[in-house]
Ligand binder design. Structure first.
Ligand SMILES: Nc1ncnc2c1ncn2[C@@H]1O[C@H](COP(=O)(O)OP(=O)(O)OP(=O)(O)O)[C@@H](O)[C@H]1O
Length: 359
């Protein structure tokens, strides 16, 4: 079910011109600033926007090309947006059964398939409720089941967690991660680097209608090459293998943190923390108290970063390369920091989020 797309179109003064391939069964995250064209890409793939000079093939079928422009319902594409957009007058199970019914399945078989999908997304208990009787998170589960019940060859996810509260978003993210493992080829639009890290094999960063960075998710977000990616990724990220309470890096150091519920011990994981969560001490300084990760490094550089000074490190073990810490100008003065100063970095375990890395 490989997706191969070349899209060109204009919307007023905005021009989109992109080309990308999403290998069968994998997830591509589209990142980019507001107005960079992410939704336009999804709309073009779904057949909701006219495109010119475009060529889109999905699983070898031409969706758009010379003389071809399949209507949306013939593209075998599922779309999930930030709002669940369920039919308000239908129960959860009837919402999910709608797609198989439309595809010509009998009422009984469509209902059976719908119940299977509702079970898959842990929503079977809501089967008989209407959307108005469900929370936002529960509605989104039903919407995921509905999108998958249509057996799409391509799934388009448009900010699927944006409308959810902070309590339900991680559970839905975990759920999507699970269903996408065996799921269809997927294009995900998100503003959140954690979504990309948790779900996407590859990312493409859009700016002004063009792809400016692309590659495996961790490579792109771990080593940003544009200001946008550096800002959205504005995070320290250490890759390794999940342990009970954090992860172990390739060179054997242990990073202690707070594993997300879907982290599996022994599998690839990333520890993510803000530069502002990193405290800086002289080598012989005191840094006791709550559980912390500490590492001895050397100051590579100090540069203004908004109201704070961003310290970048050199030296230390391999995983510490490129870490950054934000300090107040007063702290930089008090510690007499300058390039070459030896320092100890300390990161409270409670500020380190450990997430599964994309498979
Ligand atoms: N109906 C329209 N007519 C003309 N221009 C449009 C229309 N819709 C969007 N645009 C323009 O197309 C460009 C890309 O918009 P798009 O919604 O794809 O960006 P986006 O990356 O999804 O942004 P956001 O993150 O804010 O959702 C923008 O410059 C926008 O102004």
């Amino acid at each position: 079910m490989t997706l191969s797309a070349r899209l060109a179109l204009s919307r007023g003064t905005f021009a989109l011109d992109v080309e990308f391939t999403v290998p069968a069964g994998s997830v591509l995250a589209l990142l980019g600033p507001n107005g960079s064209g992410k939704s336009t890409v999804l709309g073009s793939l779904a057949g909701l926007l006219p495109v010119h000079g475009a060529d889109v093939t999905l699983a070898g079928r031409q969706l758009v090309g010379p003389g071809v422009d399949l209507p949306p319902h013939e593209r075998r594409i599922g779309l999930l947006s930030q709002d669940a957009l369920l039919f308000p007058h239908l129960s959860a199970v009837d919402n999910v059964a709608f797609a198989p019914r439309s595809a010509g399945q009998s009422r009984a078989r469509a209902r059976e398939a719908a119940l299977r999908w509702l079970t898959e997304v842990d929503a079977a208990e809501f089967a008989k409720r209407r959307p108005g009787q469900l929370s936002g998170g529960q509605q989104q589960r039903v919407a995921i089941a509905r999108a998958l019940a249509s057996s799409p060859e391509l799934l388009l996810l448009d900010e699927p967690f944006a409308a959810l509260d902070v309590d339900s978003a991680p559970a839905i993210r975990g759920l999507l991660r699970r269903v996408l493992r065996e799921g269809p080829t997927t294009v995900l639009v998100t503003h959140d680097p954690l979504d990309a890290l948790a779900l996407a094999d590859h990312v493409a960063v859009l700016a002004g209608g063009r792809i400016v960075e692309r590659g495996p998710t961790r490579e792109v977000l771990g080593a940003p090459r544009t200001a946008f990616t550096a800002r959205i990724a504005g995070l320290n990220l250490v890759a390794g293998v999940a342990t009970e309470d954090g992860l172990r890096t390739a060179s054997g150091e242990v990073i202690t943190g707070l594993p997300a519920p879907d982290v599996v011990v022994g599998q690839a994981a990333v520890a993510v923390f803000e530069p502002s969560a990193v405290s800086v001490y002289p080598h012989d300084g005191e840094h006791h108290g709550s559980p912390r990760n500490t590492v001895e490094v050397t100051v590579a550089g100090l540069e203004p970063h908004g109201p704070v000074i961003r310290l970048r490190v050199a030296g230390g073990p391999p995983w510490a390369a490129g870490l950054s810490a934000d300090l107040t100008p007063a702290a930089v003065a008090d510690l007499e920091l300058e390039p070459g100063s030896p320092v100890t970095l300390s990161v409270k375990a409670a500020t380190v989020a450990v997430h599964p890395a994309a498979d």
